[in-house]
Design a protein. Structure first.
Length: 92
């Protein structure tokens, strides 16, 4: 037997996800839902798509040396600036 649970959409298009689904899926503020559609545009399935935080990435990348957070920010900003310049110059 299929269970049906409904939510309510606000005038701004925001959908309230029922608490039983939020708890079951472990959803938190900022998490997203993926809607899978069939060929006619009908929803086939809905599944949680958890947001990723910087905390989730700790330990994923191994560094040869330790650096301070400010230095890491500067490196990131430099690389982002280079990438943006390359895109603006058409070098991508």
């Amino acid at each position: 037997m299929t269970d049906f649970i409904s939510g309510k959409m606000s005038s701004k298009g925001q959908l309230t996800i029922p608490s039983e689904l939020r708890e079951k899926w472990g959803l938190e503020e900022g998490d997203r839902l993926k809607f899978e559609l069939d060929d006619q545009g009908q929803v086939k399935s809905v599944s949680p798509y958890k947001k990723k935080s910087v905390k989730d990435l700790f330990g994923v990348i191994k560094a040869d040396k330790k650096i301070e957070m400010q230095e890491a920010r500067e490196i990131y900003q430099d690389e982002a600036a280079k990438k943006l310049k390359a895109e603006m110059d058409g070098d991508n």
